[in-house]
Design a protein around this ligand. Structure first.
Ligand SMILES: Nc1ncnc2c1ncn2[C@@H]1O[C@H](COP(=O)(O)OP(=O)(O)OP(=O)(O)O)[C@@H](O)[C@H]1O
Ligand SMILES: [Mg+2]
Length: 448
């Protein structure tokens, strides 16, 4: 049971909340003005404060701010007659725990109060993360202690000292660009530029000019001589992302450059030289592309002089907790949030979840969770909700479900995505309309 302070200028509200909350076993204090409320808040300890925004002497939002500055653990619930978005956002931004509209519904108040008490309890029982070390503010740090990551660190150590080309291969979001940057930052060319070029972002003839630059008048619209990415990289690093997307014709040009270390700008005749290091990344099997004739074999061998395979997160699960803590600190710093605790069970959920988007998806999910988190504990419920919202299949992995159950989930989702257009759904599912109808009956699927 909690000590609760209610601040409202309407005596009827004060009285009814007082009665209601006392009946639920709480100890209730009331104040009819902002000044008396603030005075009580400063002198005593309350787990929960319920405060009207419009008070006779003060704006509740200002009092909220003063209370938050006192750094007490109290959870402050604001009540108001305004329904506007700005006030709600302002209150939450200033640290309100919850926001309830008038006319007051005591059930909502009870729910919010219980939630606050529950969170305070979880907060008390949950240890804080260790404070961040100085170095963790460095954005280019690679987290990992697993065998696979340690092997990568060793390989990075080897390539850092030379200026060889590197090929990074791994699923999306595994950290290829981060690794490329760290290699660059640890090389003797770290003062030189690190230039990123996404081979899938530009198409057609523009690609060649982006990479090698062009002379004035080389083509319509070429109003000035422009340096390409190779030239911009100087003696530094050119990071060629999504290298598999490079068209065969440009692959030939790139190979020529790698063999001779010379190139010309589009429309130019002058031979230019560059000593930049190429780090290429690819999230598919480049050797497979070579077999299919989609990637030049010679170029592949030039690039894979030094190849680093970056494993998906599921192959280095022991790194997930370290990554989670790292992202909590990083995102807290970036967003100004102060989530330093994880409720029991949250880490397991994060470790056991299948992150198809690997480290990036894990990072994004934590950021989303922190934005929605009011308080300093990341709750299991919040993470569950977030992961369910992403409309995934349950997290235990499909293997723990029967085929029929998975089929039911898949049909339900397809139908709801297509607004129950059965003909379209049957087409997408690759079954006939009568089969779909019989499955709908069999599994008793209904529109949500
Ligand atoms: N081991 C790690 N430690 C800390 N942060 C990491 C780690 N691996 C990845 N990240 C972070 O995850 C995000 C995605 O990483 P990155 O962009 O390097 O992935 P990628 O392999 O290049 O993905 P894509 O193939 O989709 O381009 C970045 O914010 C990066 O900083
Ligand atoms: Mg990338």
């Amino acid at each position: 049971m909690a000590r609760i302070l209610v601040i409202d200028d309407e005596p009827s509200i004060l009285e009814s909340l007082n009665m209601f909350l006392t009946e639920k076993g709480h100890t209730v204090f009331t104040a009819q003005t902002g000044a008396t409320g603030l005075d009580l808040f400063t002198k005593k300890i309350f787990q929960v404060v319920i405060m009207d925004i419009r008070l006779p002497d003060f704006n509740g939002l200002d009092i909220l701010q003063t209370m938050i500055k006192q750094k007490k653990t109290s959870k402050i619930i604001m009540i108001t007659a305004f329904q506007d978005m700005e006030t709600t956002i302002a209150a939450i931004k200033r640290g309100a725990f919850d926001y309830i509209h008038k006319p007051l519904d005591v059930n909502k108040i009870e729910k919010a109060v219980n939630r606050a008490i529950n969170i305070l309890e979880i907060d008390r029982e949950t240890p804080s993360l260790e404070p961040a070390k100085e170095t963790s503010a460095n954005p280019w740090v690679i987290i990992g202690k697993s065998e696979k990551m340690r092997k990568i660190f060793k390989m990075m150590g080897l390539v850092c000292t030379s200026h060889v080309n590197v090929l990074l291969q791994g699923e999306t979001g595994t950290g290829k660009e981060l690794i490329a940057r760290v290699i660059h930052l640890n090389s003797s060319f770290k003062e030189d530029p690190f230039v990123v070029f996404d081979c899938s972002a530009v198409v057609g003839s523009l690609l060649e000019s982006e990479l090698f630059g062009h002379e004035k008048g080389a083509f319509t619209g070429a109003d000035a001589t422009t340096r390409g990415k190779i030239e911009q990289a100087g003696n530094g690093t050119l990071f060629l992302d999504e290298i598999a997307q490079l068209p065969l014709s440009i692959q030939g040009n790139l190979l020529g450059f790698l063999q001779r270390r010379e190139y010309t700008r589009v429309g130019g005749s002058r031979t230019l030289k560059s000593r930049c290091r190429i780090i290429a990344a690819c999230n598919c099997d480049l050797a497979g592309k070579v077999d299919k004739g989609l990637f030049k074999e010679d170029l592949f061998y030039r690039l894979k002089v030094f190849m680093i395979e970056v494993p998906p997160l599921k192959e280095r699960l022991m790194d997930t907790p370290l990554l989670v803590e790292h992202f909590l600190r990083k995102i807290n710093r970036e967003l100004g949030t102060m989530v330093t605790k994880l409720q029991d069970g949250v880490m397991e959920i994060l470790v056991n979840h299948t992150w198809k988007g690997n480290v990036r998806e894990l990072e994004n999910t934590i950021a989303q969770a922190l934005v929605g988190c009011r308080g300093n504990v990341l709750l299991k419920d919040d993470i569950d909700k977030l992961l369910n919202m992403k409309n995934r299949l349950p997290q235990m992995g499909l293997e723990s479900y029967s085929l029929a159950h998975v089929e039911k989930i898949h049909i339900t989702r397809t139908l709801s995505q297509l607004q129950w257009n059965k003909t379209k759904a049957a087409g997408r599912l690759g079954i006939t309309l009568p089969t779909l109808r019989s499955k709908i009956r069999k599994y008793k699927i209904k529109p949500a």
